[in-house]
Design a protein around this ligand. Structure first.
Ligand SMILES: N[C@@H](CCC(=O)N[C@@H](CS)C(=O)NCC(=O)O)C(=O)O
Length: 206
């Protein structure tokens, strides 16, 4: 069995997606911690060996095989498991929500969470301050779309937990740290509680 090392920062939702996937499919991960606020993923060594994009998470498979991008790493770990539907359309629907998460959800909700709770509004650049209301509007729109989809469903695809739920859950369940009140989106709030009941679930703290 392969040996896995996750290059990560514990508080990052993108890194959490991979830990949650691993926990749900029963795979053990070692972790190496970086602080992106200190530029620890921007050193010449990190850029030349681990990820030329200077970002975490990166899943190291065995020794010296590096897989950046949270969705790709989750897919790799979950291949062959119950978290990936085998039905062609359900599989494509899972990918649809994972792409939605990366393109529309994460750039709005994760950015506001990071800026407000981990950087501090007083420390933001003028450009980041300018972008705050734009991201707020985008985040609210995304949560509305999710809420509407979940009005008649337990999970995003196939009425069971898939990688689509993991991808969307990571930053949604901590959206209050970006000053989003999930009480406004009750179906999303109920779905978050459902995900937490999944056997093998681990929280973002562990
Ligand atoms: N699309 C990537 C996004 C990765 C990403 O944005 N990582 C952030 C932390 S969550 C990072 O490493 N930022 C540090 C930097 O850009 O210097 C994924 O899903 O893994």
């Amino acid at each position: 069995m392969d040996d896995y090392t996750l290059h990560q920062q514990q508080i990052s939702g993108n890194c959490y997606k991979i830990r949650l996937t691993a926990a749900l499919v029963g795979v053990k991960l070692k972790t190496i911690e970086y602080d992106i606020r200190k530029g620890e993923t921007r050193t010449p060594e990190y850029l030349s060996t681990i990820n030329a994009a200077g970002k975490i998470p990166v899943l190291e498979i065995g020794k010296d095989t590096f897989l950046p991008e949270s969705s790709a790493a989750c897919y790799y770990l979950a291949t062959g498991s119950r978290l990936i539907p085998s039905d062609r359309l359900e599989h494509a629907q899972m990918l649809r929500w994972m792409f939605f998460e990366q393109f529309a959800h994460e750039p709005a909700i994760a950015s506001l969470r990071w800026w407000i709770t981990y950087v501090g509004v007083d420390n933001l650049s003028e450009e980041q301050k300018y972008l705050m209301p734009v991201k707020r509007r985008q985040g609210e729109e995304v949560l509305g779309i999710m809420d509407q989809h979940l009005a008649s469903r337990k999970f995003f695809v196939a009425e069971k937990m898939t990688l689509a739920d993991i991808a969307l859950f990571a930053y949604t369940h901590v959206a209050d740290e970006g000053e989003f009140d999930l009480g406004r989106w009750p179906n999303v709030k109920a779905w978050c509680e459902r995900v937490k009941e999944e056997p093998g679930y681990v929280s973002i703290e562990v």
